[in-house]
Design a protein around this ligand. Structure first.
Ligand code: APR
Length: 239
């Protein structure tokens, strides 16, 4: 059990967005120079876009996956992993990110609600499996052998995020909700703070700027994730 601002903390839910990986060198989506500044998400990150121009979509995700080999987890990823390992209570980490930096930063439990770059899905046999390098519609599914059924294991706009039942169940019993590096623009993740407030949890937003839902949080830690997350984890572990 820890105490934060006089609030007893035993069950923590952490939500991360692209801002937690920004200092590792991965572009966010909506900051200046972000991914959606150079790509129309409706032409890349929807089932219709994949049906219309699969090669463009394969190229976009193959490029983002190969970038993972050139970046490293940062102090914020490592601090979250340390909290998961050392905290006496429960810590549930849900991320909107599709990179593998939480895992490489030491997190054993990571709930990827928007899928993962390092995984590919076969529409023919349904198998999610490690993504082959630069796969496309001519790549044979390693599991069923069928050609032409592979797609990124990513939740696109208009699709249902993964693990929502589990996420909502954890939000309903948490006593601390921390959102890190997310703009609060995309639902359902942007609405998680409301669930936490209904659960009488203390809610904290860690962001270098205001988000679309900043006003819903009890507390704000304004600054870079590698500074603010490390400090917050130290506070939680100091008790
Ligand atoms: N430290 C803290 N916060 C940061 C940092 C940093 N170093 N760098 C950026 N941020 C914040 C920005 O201020 C912004 O609020 O991270 C947030 C990034 O917002 P987005 O780019 O919108 O990313 P995210 O919120 O994760 O997007 C949500 O949208 O396109 C979809 O599926 C995609 O998962 C993504 C979802």
């Amino acid at each position: 059990m820890a105490r934060l601002n006089g609030h007893a903390v035993n069950r923590i839910v952490i939500l991360t967005g692209a801002g937690v990986s920004a200092e590792s060198g991965l572009a966010t989506f909506r900051d200046s120079g972000g991914l959606w500044e150079n790509h129309d998400p409706m032409l890349i990150a929807t089932p219709e876009a994949f049906a219309r121009d699969p090669d463009l979509v394969y190229r976009f995700y193959n490029a983002r996956r190969s970038q993972l080999d050139n970046v490293l987890p940062n102090a914020a990823h490592r601090a979250i992993a340390r909290l998961q390992q050392a905290f006496s209570g429960d810590v549930f980490l849900v991320t909107q990110n599709v990179d593998d930096l939480h895992e490489r930063g030491g997190s054993g439990q990571v709930c990827h609600m928007h899928g993962q770059l390092r995984s590919m899905l076969c529409k023919k046999c349904g198998a999610a499996q490690p993504a082959a390098d630069d796969y496309d519609r001519s790549t044979r599914c390693p599991r069923c052998g069928v050609v032409g059924g592979l797609r990124p294991d990513i939740v696109w706009f208009g699709e249902i995020p993964f693990h929502m039942d589990t996420i909502l169940a954890r939000l309903r019993v948490c006593d601390l909700f921390i959102a890190i590096g997310t703009s609060g623009v995309v639902y359902p993740a942007a609405g998680f703070v409301r669930e936490a407030v209904v659960s009488n949890a203390l809610t904290i937003e860690v962001n270098r700027e205001l988000s679309d839902v900043t006003g819903l949080f009890h507390l704000r830690r304004r600054g870079m994730a590698t500074t603010e997350v490390v400090a917050l984890v130290e506070e939680l572990l100091a008790d």
